[in-house]
Design a binder for this molecule. Structure first.
Ligand code: PMP
Ligand code: GLU
Length: 375
């Protein structure tokens, strides 16, 4: 257990929420969760499921209706064909990722993680007995194919991709993704593609599921972000039958089936997608931060093309990111996440999945903090 660090994003969110509960006016821009209400059809499906004799154990891999909904969605949305036996319904994308690593990694096997990276990949790979190997991305947080190739050894079994990216918001072009697919093919690697932010893209770069480009892919996705139901814990993995079977066997010992009631949210959430209006609202919130950055030359930002995070470069303040975030939280009551938790000190992550009014007040408080630091 000494090898594993608890999720730092969740720890910070808990700290911010505790301060709020104690009566402090904290603005929580730490955790990545939308503040919208879930779509009505999704809420209704869950309410109905409570009354529908859903009290018994059900198949570990998921209800037939859930798996069929995933197959229909992946076909319509991404042009990828899956049979129901290629799908495993999980307690959030997080469990899908962990079970994938458990299934694919032998002790000592290496998995490439592109930095900066979401906090759980490295810890999960270690928990599965594997060795996470960090590969830096470019200055613009894009893929550095040469660096990826250089990091590969005889022990490399896989690569985890995440676009739109948490924490940078990077989205990769089709040409770059093709290069990754070619490299993975040459080196016979598994690719784990975390597609949880697929709907949240601001520019005109189309989203391409990696499974469309490369057959040895395990796609991980879920409804936490698109339906604003982070607490409901419904996700899935889709990939080659042998891997999904192994993952199902693991899940049969770890958790069994995902709550029948919560699975009822999956079909309507997938067919609804992300409300166009939510994307517009996120675009406006993103713009508030971009405008703020323009007024603060000490803070740099590569504009996020997707997801709902700004990964702010604060290196000009010559302060480590943990101290920066602790002082901002304690003295100015704004919660951000230190970049060092994502493998990149000198940066902080701001989640703009909060109301425009709260974001404006948070940015005013950050004005004050930056003024103090610049004195
Ligand atoms: N992948 C990424 C990149 C994330 O940011 C998150 C955080 N929610 C997850 C996976 C896990 O999502 P879920 O709530 O479905 O477990
Ligand atoms: N993925 C979100 C985040 O990065 C939720 C917290 C977590 O599971 O890490 O803030």
């Amino acid at each position: 257990m000494r090898l594993v660090t608890a999720s730092q994003t969740i720890a910070l969110d808990t700290q911010a929420k505790a301060l709020l509960a104690a009566g402090h006016d904290v603005i929580n821009l730490s955790v990545g969760e939308l503040d919208f209400d879930p779509p009505t059809v999704v809420q209704q499906a869950v309410s109905q499921a409570v009354g529908n004799a859903s009290n018994h154990y059900s198949p570990v891999a998921g209800l037939q209706a859930s798996k069929q909904a995933v197959c229909a969605y992946e076909q319509a949305q991404h042009g990828v064909t899956y049979l129901p036996e290629q799908v495993l319904i999980t307690n959030g994308a997080k469990q899908a990722l962990y079970t994938t690593f458990l299934a694919l990694v032998q002790p000592g096997d290496e998995v490439l993680v592109l930095q900066p990276a979401w906090v759980s990949y490295i810890e999960q790979i270690k928990l599965a007995g594997g060795v996470p190997v960090s590969v830096e991305t470019t200055d613009q947080f894009s893929l550095d194919i040469t660096a990826m190739e250089r990091a590969m050894t005889d022990r490399t079994v896989g690569l985890i991709l995440n676009y739109p990216n948490n924490p940078t918001g990077a989205v990769y072009t089709a040409a770059l993704l093709q290069n990754v697919a070619q490299l993975a093919q040459e080196k016979k690697l598994w690719v784990i593609s975390d597609e949880i932010y697929e709907h949240i893209i601001y520019g005109d770069v189309p989203f391409i599921s990696f499974a469309k480009l490369y057959p040895h892919t395990v796609v991980v996705n879920g409804i936490s972000k698109a339906a604003a139901v982070t607490g409901w814990r419904v996700g899935y993995a889709a990939g080659p039958v042998a891997i999904i079977q192994a993952m199902t066997a693991l899940q049969s010992h770890l958790t069994g089936n995902v709550s029948n009631v919560m699975q009822a949210a999956l079909p309507p959430a997938l067919s609804n997608g992300l409300a166009a209006d939510w994307l517009q609202q996120l675009q406006l919130r993103r713009q508030l931060v971009l405008d703020w950055v323009v007024q603060h030359p000490a803070v740099q930002l590569v504009s996020p093309q997707g997801a709902f995070y700004c990964f702010l470069d604060i290196r000009a303040f010559k302060m480590d990111s943990v101290t920066f975030c602790q002082r901002l939280l304690t003295d100015h009551h704004v919660a951000l996440v230190p970049g060092s938790y994502f493998g990149r000190d000198g940066f902080v992550r701001l989640s703009f999945a909060n109301s425009p009014d709260r974001i404006r007040v948070a940015l005013e408080r950050m004005d004050q903090f930056c003024a103090i630091l610049s004195q």
